[in-house]
Write a protein that binds this ligand. Structure first.
Ligand SMILES: O=C(O)[C@H]1O[C@H](OP(=O)(O)OP(=O)(O)OC[C@H]2O[C@@H](n3ccc(=O)[nH]c3=O)[C@H](O)[C@@H]2O)[C@H](O)[C@@H](O)[C@@H]1O
Length: 447
């Protein structure tokens, strides 16, 4: 029970006891113990109990009840303090037990001082960021994650908490950060349309002020920066597939503009800092990415379709389903990001899987892989939804010697298995909290 609830209980309990004492005193104790008043005795007449009682008698009774109630409160306060002390001792014991139990971490390579880098990842507790953290940690680098936990989750990086090479900072990159580092991966920004449209002003701030803070930090400490840009800079493209030389077709005042234009400014800022301040920048244009650690409420097509299929719900295709996307598995993206950071290439690079399909086909692929009885249904189209998207990855192949390796089916199977576990976990959680709230013990103490 919370302390507030305990206090409310004590006070209301004490009030009831107080009233009971008044009642008891008035009708049982006072008549039996009433003493003659001095003036009455002096006159040789013993005062009889009066009704209604005199003002003095009422005052005395109230005083006695008040003192009794205070004594009770004092006693309960003491008990509460004692319980709090015991709780603090128990917490201390749990802490020292945790500290003395060695944690098991994934195995990391040893890098000597010369080769080990201090790497900052903004948005490192998010879906893509946390996979990048894993790879860089395993390579033996020191990794500092900065996240405001708007879409990131501590759970994504909890397996590194306490590791000597790892640090997690709760910070919003919209505010400046002062830290010594060698490299920065700037991934902080919501990427799913429902998330970035939820607070468009914040999305713009993150991609403009946040990027200025990151580039300013890079300039101060002479760090190399990789900016996570997006296929959305091409908008609803009129060129297909999209090479990096295509300037795009973006509606500057549409519902996606906060993200599309935010990322375009982010790129502009990067090249302005590169030219004016000699900051070393790398720009990755990331195409649709999926994999484990996507949020259950992510709202993007991969998580929506898989969860709908797993729950035997209707699979919702926005519009006629003829719009296309090309999906890359998250481990391929992480390899591409690391290769780009290590390269000398400074122009934007597309990172995506060029295997393209319609969203209608994609719904059927998911339904087939998951099994179950979901029906596929077309619903209202999204405003300004890009109609075709497929990366031209000639540049990444040539400059980074990179191309995606994970076939769609095996990536999707791993993602389906992840969401299956997540669903089981949330069912278990709901079941245990239902049991807890229905338990007779809790019902007895709840007001
Ligand atoms: O996944 C990504 O990496 C990209 O996701 C989004 O772009 P978008 O392609 O619109 O992502 P989704 O929301 O997954 O939509 C893909 C397509 O599926 C459709 N969709 C989505 C969700 C759904 O339940 N049903 C459905 O038909 C959408 O209308 C769209 O045509 C972001 O805007 C990009 O920045 C990001 O790079």
């Amino acid at each position: 029970m919370s302390l507030t609830k305990k206090r409310i209980k004590i006070v209301s309990g004490s009030s009831i006891i107080g009233l009971a004492l008044i009642y008891l005193y008035k009708f049982a104790i006072a008549p039996a113990t009433s003493v003659p008043r001095a003036s009455s005795v002096a006159h040789g007449v013993e005062e009889q109990r009066q009704w209604p009682p005199t003002e003095d008698a009422v005052q005395r009774n109230l005083q006695i009840a008040y003192e009794a109630q205070n004594a009770l409160l004092h006693q309960q306060r003491q008990e509460l303090l004692h319980t709090k002390e015991q709780l603090a001792q128990l917490e201390e014991q749990v802490r020292s037990l945790q500290a003395s139990t060695p944690r098991k971490y994934p195995k990391v390579k040893y890098l000597n001082y010369k080769n080990r880098k201090r790497i900052l990842i903004t948005g490192g507790a998010g879906f893509v960021g946390s996979h990048l953290v894993d790879d860089l940690m395993i390579q033996g680098h020191e990794v500092i994650v900065v996240d405001n936990f708007f879409t990131g989750r501590k759970r994504n990086v909890e397996h590194w908490l306490g590791h000597e090479n790892f640090e997690l900072i709760h910070h919003d990159i919209v505010n400046p950060l002062f830290i010594e580092i060698d490299e920065i991966y700037h991934l902080a920004s919501p990427a799913s349309p429902p998330h970035y449209m939820y607070n468009p002003v914040k999305t713009i701030k993150t991609n403009t002020m946040g990027t200025i803070n990151v580039l300013g930090l890079a300039k101060r400490v002479m760090a190399k920066v990789l900016i996570a840009s997006t296929s959305e800079v091409y908008g609803d493209p009129t060129v297909h597939p999209q090479p990096e030389t295509y300037w795009g077709h973006v509606n500057p005042i549409g519902p996606r503009a906060c993200y599309d234009e935010g990322k375009r400014v982010s790129e502009t800022l990067s090249y302005a800092y590169a030219k004016q301040e000699k900051v070393q920048v790398r720009v990755a244009r990331i195409f649709n990415t999926y994999g484990p650690r996507m949020h259950m409420n992510d709202g993007r097509v991969v998580s929506n379709f898989i969860l709908q299929a797993l729950r035997n719900e209707t699979i919702t295709v926005y519009g006629n389903g003829k719009q296309t996307r090309s999906f890359q598995y998250v481990s391929d993206l992480v390899d591409g990001l690391i290769a780009l950071m290590a390269s000398n290439y400074t122009q934007p690079v597309n990172l995506g899987n060029p295997v393209e399909q319609t969203i209608g086909e994609f719904a059927n692929i998911i339904k087939h892989l998951v099994g179950g009885q979901s029906e596929v249904k077309q619903i209202k189209a999204m405003e300004d939804d890009p109609q075709r998207r497929k990366p031209d990855i000639t540049r990444a192949k040539k400059r980074l010697n990179w191309e995606p390796k994970v076939p769609l089916e095996s990536g999707l199977l791993q993602t389906i298995s992840y969401f299956r576990n997540e669903l089981a976990r949330s069912d278990r959680f709901q079941e245990s909290s239902r049991k807890y709230f229905d338990s007779p013990d809790l019902q007895r103490i709840l007001p």
